[in-house]
Design a protein around this ligand. Structure first.
Ligand SMILES: NC(=O)c1ccc[n+]([C@@H]2O[C@H](COP(=O)([O-])OP(=O)(O)OC[C@H]3O[C@@H](n4cnc5c(N)ncnc54)[C@H](O)[C@@H]3O)[C@@H](O)[C@H]2O)c1
Length: 398
C-alpha cells in the first residue's frame, strides 16, 4: 500500500496524545474517526483539538478556513467496529496497559479492513506483543509521537518481530506527510531510541547524586549551561513524570541486567507521591513554577560523564541492530532537543577518548554501566576513532 492508500485514519483514545494525533492527521488532509470510552471523553478530545487549532490561527500558522476544514474531517464515533470499519490506518493511543492494548488490538483487527495497518503510540510496550493479539502481525507497527505531537517533530517508527518492511515504509511516509521527521527503530526494544539513550543518561545523573558525587543543582547546571541540553536531567525527569521514569528504568534494567542498575532514587519518591511537575513536587518544587537552575554551578560536574554514557548507550543500539547512527542522532536532536546527537559527538571527541573515560569511571566506581560496548572497542581496535581518523560512527571525506 502506498501512502496514497492512507486516506482514512482511525484514532483509538482521545486523551493527551490521541486528540493531538487526530488533529495533525486532519491538518494533513486525512479523514479521521476518533473514539474513546464514552461521548464525554470524545467531546473533550474534540474541544482540545479546537483549542489547539485556534492557537495556530491566532499565531497565523494556519488560516481560519484550514481550521474549519480540519475540524470537518474529524468524526467522533462510538465503538471500535464503526471507528475502524473504513480505516486504512488505525492508531491506538489508549492508556499504557499491555492487557488493555492487546484487547483493543484484538478488536480492531477483527473490524478493520484487511489492508489496514494497526499502529500503537505506546512509549514502552512491546509491538511484537500487540501484533500477537492480531491475525496481521506483519501490519502492526509502533508509531511513537512525542508530546505535544502538534509541535514535536520526531516520530519513531518501530518494527515488531513480525512487522514487514512495507508497513514500516508506509508508516514512515505517513509521518513525513504529517510534516514529521521519522526514524526507524528496527528492533522492538524497550525505550526505542530516545527513551533508551535518555534512560542511560538519567541513571548516570541519579547514581552520581546518590553516591554523593554531585548535587542535583550541579548536575542540572552542567547539563543545561555547559552541554546545552534544553533542560536539566532532574528537571526533565520531573517533567516526564517520576512514575513513568521509575517503570521505564525498571523495564530497561530487567532487559539489560548486565549493564543497567536502577539507582534507589526514584522509587521512594514515587511511593511518597512525589511524581514531578504533575503532582507539584519531584526533584524540584513546581508549585511556584519552573525551577531556576543556578548558572554558576556549571563547572562543578564533569558533563563528559553524561556524554560518554549517551555515546555508549547509542553504541549498544547500533551493536544490537536497533538503529543506525543517523537515526539515533536525528532522534536525540528532534526528540530530546539535544544540540548534537551522541554518534556525531563521539566522532568529534574521539572514540578512543570515550573508551578511556568509560574505563576510568568503571575502575573508580566499579559499575557495569560503564563497560564499553563491544562495538566501541571494535571500532577503536580497527583505528576508527572518529573525525580525526576519518572513520568512526560515520565516514568522513578528507
Ligand atoms: N503523554 C505522553 O507524553 C506520551 C508521549 C508518547 C506516547 N505516549 C503514549 O500514548 C498513549 C496514550 O497516552 P496519553 O498520555 O494520551 O494518555 P491519556 O490518559 O491522556 O489518554 C488515554 C485516553 O484513552 C482513553 N481510553 C481508555 N480506555 C480506552 C479504551 N478501552 N478504548 C479507547 N480509549 C480508551 C481514555 O479515556 C483517555 O481519553 C500511551 O500508550 C502512552 O504511553 C504518551
Amino acid at each position: 500500500m502506498s501512502e496514497k492508500g492512507v486516506n482514512q485514519v482511525a484514532v483509538i483514545g482521545a486523551g493527551s496524545m490521541g486528540h493531538a494525533i487526530a488533529q495533525i492527521m486532519a491538518m494533513a488532509g486525512l479523514g479521521v474517526s476518533m473514539t474513546d470510552i464514552n461521548r464525554e471523553f470524545m467531546q473533550k478530545g474534540f474541544d482540545r483539538i479546537k483549542w489547539s487549532l485556534e492557537k495556530f490561527v491566532e499565531k497565523r500558522t494556519i488560516r481560519q478556513e484550514e481550521m474549519d476544514a480540519a475540524l470537518a474531517r474529524i468524526k467522533l464515533v462510538d465503538g471500535y467496529a464503526n471507528t475502524v470499519s473504513n480505516a486504512d490506518f488505525v492508531i491506538e493511543a489508549a492508556p499504557e496497559d499491555l492487557d488493555l492494548k492487546k484487547k483493543i488490538f484484538h478488536e480492531i483487527d477483527a473490524n478493520a479492513p484487511p489492508h489496514a495497518i494497526l499502529a500503537s503510540n505506546t512509549s514502552t510496550l512491546s509491538i511484537t506483543a500487540l501484533g500477537s493479539a492480531t491475525k496481521r502481525a506483519e501490519r502492526v507497527v509502533g508509531m511513537h509521537f512525542f508530546n505535544p505531537p502538534q509541535l514535536m517533530p520526531l516520530v519513531e517508527v518501530v518494527k515488531g518481530a513480525s512487522t514487514n518492511d512495507e508497513t514500516a515504509q508506509t508508516t514512515t511516509r505517513l509521518a513525513k506527510k504529517l510534516g514529521k521527521t521519522p526514524v526507524l527503530v528496527r528492533k522492538d526494544v524497550r525505550g526505542f531510541i530516545v527513551n533508551s539513550v535518555l534512560g542511560y543518561v538519567f541513571n548516570e545523573a541519579f547514581w552520581a547524586m546518590h553516591r554523593g558525587e554531585a548535587t542535583r543543582d550541579q548536575i542540572d547546571s552542567a547539563v543545561k549551561y555547559k552541554a546545552g541540553f534544553p533542560m536539566g536531567i532532574f528537571e526533565l525527569a520531573d517533567f516526564v513524570g517520576l512514575d513513568i521514569i521509575d517503570s521505564a528504568s525498571k523495564e530497561m534494567a530487567s532487559e539489560y541486567s548486565d549493564r543497567v542498575k536502577v539507582p534507589p532514587v526514584v522509587e521512594p519518591m514515587v511511593k511518597a507521591g512525589k511524581l514531578g511537575q504533575k503532582s507539584g513536587e519531584g526533584f524540584y518544587n513546581w508549585k511556584t513554577g519552573r525551577p531556576r537552575i543556578p548558572f554558576e554551578l556549571a563547572d562543578e560536574f564533569d558533563v563528559d560523564r553524561i556524554y560518554v554514557t549517551a555515546i555508549n548507550g547509542a553504541s549498544w543500539l547500533i551493536h544490537e541492530g536497533v538503529a543506525v547512527p543517523e537515526d539515533i542522532d536525528t532522534a536525540m536532536k528532534f526528540g530530546a532537543g539535544w544540540p548534537s546527537g551522541p554518534c556525531e559527538l563521539g566522532d568529534r571527541v574521539g572514540l578512543d577518548t570515550v573508551i578511556e573515560k568509560l574505563k576510568e569511571l568503571n575502575a573508580r566506581l566499579n559499575d557495569p554501566s560503564y563497560k564499553p560496548c563491544p562495538l566501541l572497542e571494535d571500532y577503536v581496535a580497527k583505528g576508527w576513532l572518529g573525525r580525526k581518523s576519518k572513520r568512526g560512527f560515520y565516514s568522513y571525506a578528507s
